[in-house]
Design a protein. Structure first.
Length: 437
């Protein structure tokens, strides 16, 4: 993952652009994928697929010809989707179009104006502070033309058409942690799922430009939306911060319950938070009206309750300081393992139907846990057992007992091996008073 990160990070990956296309083709060499192509101008729900944008050159000069900044030195020196502009401008007018980073004086900020139709350049605050002339020369030669928005999709067929969606965006020029790390973890998850034991659900892994890409995919695959049962957005997974799992718009969903309870088992230092409280990305499109797929989001973000969260989501966010240097292979691998565990928890989660009546004679069935040796395990065994009634899923039981999903699964799996419980995709209440009601 780190090698690919170094290779792809410098590319100017814009919404519809050669840099984006080059990155996506390279990913498709690593894991084969379908590439959906949608032309500029295509209406996608309330949006329209944008034009392809290219930069021929862009620079700022003093009137005596001294080059002050040049996009050839760093792709972030230009506002993404900047209009072309050429002319001599006053210092005041320049400053209205020259962007700096709010807290990193030596970094170039990532600024995008996809739909505002404006021109702009970006530079470190330290450079801007040195600009004392009355006038400057601006040259921005950018091109807008019909192009093709590209979406990469890896489908891992399951036993059933109902699907789980993993998604990441690929449109942050010359940055590493946001957004390439999410893409590379997603790609590695795909590789592991393709090699691993078969899944019950079909898994769709999507790479696209942010917002417009997910709207485009969903609007062109409306027939698939009813079968999408849950999802996970991946981003910012290599920086030095704890893993954070943001819930979906429907916190009571089976997807939310399975993933949130699974996180506690596989990432003890991670934390979970409600929808839109950690980071906003394409999961918004999946959770939105008319779609309502419960999609959570996994990232590394300093806990909002800690003092260092004033630089949330992380200090180098949306700047030229977001380079592979702030990412480690170990953190990417940990994120991949956690994402895999979340997918597998979602996939295994079903209603647990008791094939027993009364309390199970645990020692007679070889599942008794000695309370003198392991009092907590003993209590958990019986608390889990009494909730196996065909009305609760594994995730419901884990959530109700505030236990990690893997711990609950392990005990229920033992019951299943002894024929004490079976699994069902729909509730099958075994309470005899239900029928009498
Ligand atoms: Zn971003």
């Amino acid at each position: 993952m780190l090698d690919l990160l170094h290779e792809l990070a410098p590319l100017p990956r814009e919404l519809v652009s050669d840099g984006y296309d080059a990155a996506l083709s390279r990913l498709a060499e690593v894991v084969p994928m379908t590439i959906h192509e949608v032309p500029s101008g295509t209406p996608v729900w309330t949006w329209t697929v944008p034009e392809k944008w290219s930069v021929e050159e862009a620079y700022l000069e003093s009137l005596d010809g001294q080059r002050l900044l040049d996009v050839a030195d760093h792709p972030l020196h230009i506002v993404s989707y900047s209009l072309p502009f050429e002319g001599v401008v006053s210092r005041q007018e320049l400053f209205a179009h020259l962007h700096t980073h709010p807290h990193l004086p030596d970094a170039i900020p990532f600024v995008f104006k996809y739909y505002q139709r404006d021109w702009g350049l970006c530079c470190p605050q330290t450079l801007k502070d040195r600009l004392q002339d009355a006038e400057y020369r601006v040259v921005i030669r950018t091109r807008f033309e019909p192009g093709v928005l590209k979406i990469g999709e890896i489908v891992i067929p399951g036993q059933r058409p109902e699907s789980f969606v993993l998604a990441a965006h690929l449109c942050h020029p010359a940055q590493a942690n946001d957004d390439l790390t999410g893409v590379l973890v997603g790609l590695d998850v795909a590789r592991a799922l393709l090699a691993g034991p078969p899944l019950r659900h079909t898994v769709r892994i999507l790479f696209f430009p942010e917002t417009i890409g997910s709207v485009t995919y969903l609007s062109q695959h409306e027939d698939l939306i009813p079968s999408m049962r849950g999802g996970l957005f991946l981003e910012m997974l290599g920086n030095d911060a704890p893993l954070a799992l943001q819930g979906s718009f429907q916190p009571e969903s089976q997807c939310d319950r399975a993933l949130v309870s699974a996180l506690r088992g596989v990432a003890p230092t991670g934390y979970a938070g409600p929808y839109r409280t950690i980071i906003d990305n394409d999961e918004r499109q999946f959770n939105a009206p008319g779609v309502r797929v419960p999609m959570l989001s996994l990232s590394r973000v300093v806990n909002p309750h800690l003092p260092e969260s004033r630089f949330a989501p992380y200090p180098e966010y949306h700047s030229s300081a977001d380079t592979p240097a702030i990412v480690t292979q170990g953190r990417l691998e940990e994120a991949r393992e956690v994402a895999l565990a979340l997918v597998r928890a979602f996939d295994s989660n079903r209603y647990v139907v008791n094939q027993f009546k009364g309390e199970v004679f645990a020692s007679g069935h070889g599942i008794w846990i000695d309370y003198r040796v392991n009092p907590e395990g003993h209590r958990n065994l019986f608390q889990i057992m009494e909730r196996c009634d065909g009305e609760r899923t594994v995730a419901d039981i884990a959530t109700q007992l505030n236990l990690p999903y893997p711990a609950v699964w392990e005990i229920i799996h033992q019951f299943a091996e002894k024929g004490l419980v079976t699994f069902s995709d729909v509730p099958q209440p075994t309470n005899p008073h239900r029928a009498a009601q």
